[in-house]
Design a protein around this ligand. Structure first.
Ligand SMILES: Nc1nc2c(c(=O)[nH]1)N[C@H]1C(S)=C(S)[C@@H](COP(=O)(O)O)O[C@H]1N2
Ligand SMILES: [Mo]
Length: 319
């Protein structure tokens, strides 16, 4: 006869997910006090990684945002099981499972380059820089599918302002963690690792550019870029780097990973633009995950308020 040991029983079988998480937090807390006594390590060092927010934990005190679309939100299941995350896999169905044990704490982000306040910040410090907002954004992948996601975060400019970039800083570069042990996709040379993306300073300062650490009211699932990612809703999805560990301010335009991989197909700007085809397919339409019929793709993904950033630029050349 098969008898389940206590630890074999999935906690979700016993209690609702949130109750479970809170209880686990409490239990690990107690265990840690014991561990601190035994190992002689400070209580703080032991507590911070274990008690830190985890995927699925509720984020309290969310502010609504006037930037939110009122369109139908894409089901959570679709958004978390159809992911581009090449560090884990080139198959969109696979990151959900392959990333489930990815360690998102402890986690630091290095702020450097042309900036007054070069520093290494703990992710839990960063996410307290401003109060969390729910931003329901359209998100358009260069491959022709789109989703509507209630992200949680605040404007990236909240972090940038605190870092005090120098006048000569014209761009911001974002780097994803390099960790071959945890990210099986980094063993393959499908892309150059680590994944690098960048924005022009005025793009990064635009209030729509989001520093994101949650979605659907909860801590970000690993496959969607935990613990910290960028979301730039008027650009193709590849600009929105996941799991970032470094934010560098530069004078020169950063070389982004997808541009290195296929320069004719993926530019630096990557603004959603139905009138500029990808060399191998049209960008005129898109399919919302969960829907059958295609819909027209909108210039800047419908975020017309950014148009001024590109006045005078030829967006065919600067694709
Ligand atoms: N580090 C990293 N960030 C990444 C990617 C990736 O492969 N690695 N893929 C990008 C692409 S192509 C898209 S469409 C979005 C997908 O984000 P989502 O899985 O949360 O929908 O993440 C972007 N950020
Ligand atoms: Mo994408």
């Amino acid at each position: 006869m098969l008898i389940k040991k206590a630890e074999d029983i999935r906690s979700s079988e016993i209690t609702a997910q949130h109750l479970y998480l809170n209880r686990r937090k409490f239990l690990t807390g107690t265990a840690i006090v014991g561990a601190a006594a035994v190992t002689g390590l400070g209580l703080k060092e032991l507590v911070s990684p274990s008690v830190a927010a985890r995927a699925g934990e509720k984020i309290d005190g969310l502010q609504k945002s006037s930037f939110s679309t009122t369109e139908k939100i894409t089901p959570y299941k679709d958004v978390t099981h159809y992911n581009n995350y090449y560090e884990f896999s080139t198959e969109k169905e696979e990151p959900a499972d392959l990333a489930k044990n990815f360690r998102t704490r402890p986690w630091t982000v290095t702020i450097d380059g042309a900036v007054n306040k070069k520093q290494v910040l703990d992710v839990d410090t960063i996410i307290k820089f401003a109060s969390p907002e729910e931003r329901i954004y359209r998100h358009r992948c260069v491959e022709g599918w789109s989703i509507v996601v209630p992200w949680v975060g605040f404007s990236l400019n909240e972090l940038i302002k605190r870092a005090e970039p120098l006048g000569k800083a014209k761009f911001v570069e974002f780097t994803t963690i390099l960790d071959r042990k945890q990210m099986p996709g980094q063993a393959r040379n499908v892309l150059e690792w680590p994944y690098v993306e960048g924005l022009r300073m005025d793009e990064a300062m635009h209030p729509l550019a989001l520093l994101c650490f949650g979605m659907y009211g909860e801590v970000l699932p690993n496959q969607d870029g935990a613990p910290l990612r960028i979301v730039v809703p008027w650009k193709y999805g590849f600009k929105s780097a996941k799991a970032i560990v470094r934010i560098r301010f530069t004078e020169k335009q950063p070389t982004n990973t997808w541009n290195i991989a296929a320069p004719r197909e993926y530019g630096f700007y990557a603004n959603v633009n139905p009138s500029v085809d990808h060399p191998r397919w049209s960008q005129k339409t898109e399919r919302r995950l969960g829907e059958f019929f295609k819909r027209p793709t909108l210039m800047f993904n419908g975020y017309d308020q950014v148009a001024g950033l590109y006045s005078g630029m030829d967006l065919r050349k600067n694709y």
